[in-house]
Write a protein that binds this ligand. Sequence first.
Ligand SMILES: C[S@@+](CC[C@H](N)C(=O)[O-])C[C@H]1O[C@@H](n2cnc3c(N)ncnc32)[C@H](O)[C@@H]1O
Length: 235
Amino acid sequence: MTRDPSSFGSRRSRIWHEASSIVHPGEPVTAMSMTEFIVRARAAPVVADQFLAAVGNGDGVENLADVLRNALFIAQSHRRDVRLTLVLERSQDYSRIVIIDGDKLGSLENLHEQALLDVIADALRAGETLPKNGEIVDQRGILVRAASFEQFIKEKVLAEDPSALFLLDKKGLDVREADLTEDLSIVLTDHTPMPKKSLKALVKQGLRPISVGPRMLHAAQCIAILLNEVDRQRF
Ligand SMILES: C[S@@+](CC[C@H](N)C(=O)[O-])C[C@H]1O[C@@H](n2cnc3c(N)ncnc32)[C@H](O)[C@@H]1O
């Protein structure tokens, strides 16, 4: 079957023109626009020792080390313009939101899997006794908050330009059609799928599904690909 590329292209670009933030001709692309990844980790324990003990048990907790590496680090440096927000949900009280901001992060000695998992575990330990909505910043500049994924997203939707909010979804619109030059927040899951009900709710709140390619990838792979697309537009 042949497809008329011009009609296909114009329909897609119209969708994206409506959907994305608009860059006016002649305006510089700011290198310090922020990209935030909000990774929902439904099976990840919020208690530090349980989090570490869960590595390799099938829930994919260890994937968070790859997520952290791919989101924040590049060769010889780290990404100051990326914020990684992990929402860990296996809890007896409240979910914990661990926010690792490239602009605030001090140096890390090692980037191997155990070292990266320890960074998350140390933050969880600092936030172990938080009351609901309480927050604390650990000695590395990592913020931990006791709040739910739904609460966090609700606040994002209220605070941010809706055109900046995306949901990673293999069937979404092609990332290459999107304007990635402004601040972005992108929601994805780690290993455990997003419940269908949540997916629907996120789309209803205005998050736009965006795809990085035709195959189902690991969360960390999606992040690496997406950041490469961001780099190509911003630098
Ligand atoms: C490892 S996947 C989750 C897979 C999960 N086990 C499932 O079967 O649904 C982690 C995240 O990456 C996203 N993802 C994976 N491949 C993608 C692609 N090609 N484009 C956009 N998002 C993708 C998923 O939507 C999900 O948010």
